[in-house]
Write a protein of this length. Structure first.
Length: 469
């Protein structure tokens, strides 16, 4: 069934929305058929099953995969299901065969990983019904349907029992973030960035879901973390042109274009990865999801959430291009060593000038702190210098370890707030507040520098380990 409420999981140009009333009857019949399949403990391997996931949010229906002659069984979703073994681990192949019981478990694993990444708790409201049908064509799309009722939303997914692993995870991530965004929405569905679902899915597959398996005999999914989650992105961008923010925001062309899809996947992954690395990035992405229903488009919701980092679109675009350049030139070589990191910060937070004590003396070099410049210089003379310092601090952030980068971001936030309001308002109180915040940051900076220089504790040597004693 095609209509405005359907969306292909690999088609970014389709928009999911409310299903027309004329289609509700058909959906009700389909849901009835799906939910009408009854699960018995002694159900045969080819009888349809309908399973509820652990939290109850996901309802999965379909025919189980044929089992080998295994005598064991596992309990999934409160149902005893014959255990199955496969000769090839699905972590190493692109296409996987989906079993209803495993899909119910995997959906919960994906949701748990996503919520943990965003720092959110599970407060789902809308159920997600997943129908698995026998594969009919090669590379079948996954259809996502959003249905609006008087008391909220519900979601249906239709997919073949043989599907690309990445596409499956992408579809589940997409429906989860859509459910979060629509919890307080009315009849108009919340609009989200087109790169968000793909970027989150790629990020999770490279980190917490890197070892997600599709093997029933385990009952749970294996987890592992790769040391470099951006290894595929880096290799791709070294030989391919990165997409611009405009190209990510407005993808064009056939969504199934084999040449364009890798670029969109990799650039979406990098964009989401870098947004998560920003200070408060996780909470800001979660804010974007929660507040999307209050905005007519996702752009206004995004800049409302990330306004402190990107006051204007041009700031967002510059930041993105700097991250791409840094990544393609080699992350390991572009990062400052600890000593160089603090030297660069110290230099950025002072101004060196020449001054005479008396008219007949040779000018001497003088180092001024930002606090001195703010309190003693006229604002018109401060503006240019402080703007340069703010831009320098922004560039340094990209080459520093996370904790130091957050400190530098705090310095930059103080300067940018001062520059926005320094020429008006109650100037005395503004000066006092700005100097106080800079003083506090200086104390923090010194503590971090002392901590980084402190030598590691030597291991305690016992008499048994040291025969010379």
């Amino acid at each position: 069934m095609h209509g405005p409420g359907h969306k292909m999981a690999n088609g970014r140009n389709w928009r999911a929305g409310s299903v027309p009333q004329s289609s509700l009857a058909v959906l009700a019949i389909a849901a009835g058929l799906l939910c009408g399949a009854v699960c018995f403990v002694d159900a045969g391997p080819f009888q349809p099953l309908t399973l509820h996931s652990r939290s109850g949010q996901f309802v999965v229906g379909g025919v189980p995969i044929q089992a080998r002659a295994d005598t064991g069984s596992v309990i999934l979703g409160g149902v005893v299901v014959p255990a199955r073994s496969y000769t090839v681990s699905t972590t190493s192949v692109s296409f996987v065969r989906l079993d209803p019981a495993l899909v119910a478990v995997s959906c919960e694993e994906i949701k748990e990983a996503l919520l943990k990444e965003l720092g959110a708790t599970d407060q789902w409201k809308a159920m997600v019904t997943i129908g698995i049908h026998p594969v009919r064509d090669d590379n079948e799309p996954i259809f996502i349907t959003s249905v609006h009722y008087a008391n909220g939303w519900s979601y249906q997914l239709a997919m073949a029992d043989q599907v690309d692993r990445a596409r499956f995870i992408n579809a589940i991530v997409q429906v989860i973030i859509t459910e979060i965004a629509n919890r307080e929405a009315g009849a108009r569905q919340s609009e989200l960035p087109p790169w968000l679902a793909e970027g989150l899915a790629e990020h999770l597959q490279a980190t917490s879901l890197a070892g997600l398996t599709f093997e029933l005999q385990t009952g749970i999914s294996k987890k592992q973390r790769t040391p470099d989650p951006l290894v595929k992105v880096r290799e791709f961008l070294r030989s391919n042109r990165p997409l611009t923010i405009d190209e990510l925001d407005w993808p064009v062309g056939d969504a199934s274009d084999a040449e364009k899809e890798p670029a969109y996947h990799n650039c979406s992954h990098l964009l989401v990865h870098e947004l998560l690395r920003l200070r408060g990035g996780r909470s800001r992405l979660l804010q974007l999801l929660h507040d999307a229903h209050n905005h007519l488009n996702w752009q206004s919701a995004f800049f409302q959430a990330f306004g402190a980092q990107f006051p204007r679109l041009v700031d967002f675009e510059k930041w993105w291009m700097m991250r791409v350049v840094q990544l393609t030139q080699g992350e390991a070589f572009s990062m400052f060593k600890p000593e160089e990191q603090w030297r660069q910060v110290d230099d950025a937070l002072v101004a060196r000038t020449s001054a005479r004590q008396n008219t007949n003396e040779v000018p001497a070099n003088t180092t001024l702190t930002l606090q001195t410049i703010i309190t003693e210089w006229p604002f018109r003379d401060q503006r240019s210098l402080l703007s340069q310092k703010s831009q320098l601090l922004r560039a340094l952030e990209l080459r520093m370890e996370a904790q130091a980068a957050r400190l530098v971001e705090d310095y930059r936030s103080v300067l940018e707030k001062y520059l926005r309001t320094g020429g008006r308002g109650k100037r005395a109180s503004l000066l006092k507040e700005t100097v106080k915040r800079l003083d506090d940051l200086d104390i923090r900076r010194q503590q971090m520098k002392d901590s980084s220089r402190r030598p590691a504790l030597l291991p305690v040597t016992t008499e048994a380990e040291n025969p010379s004693l």
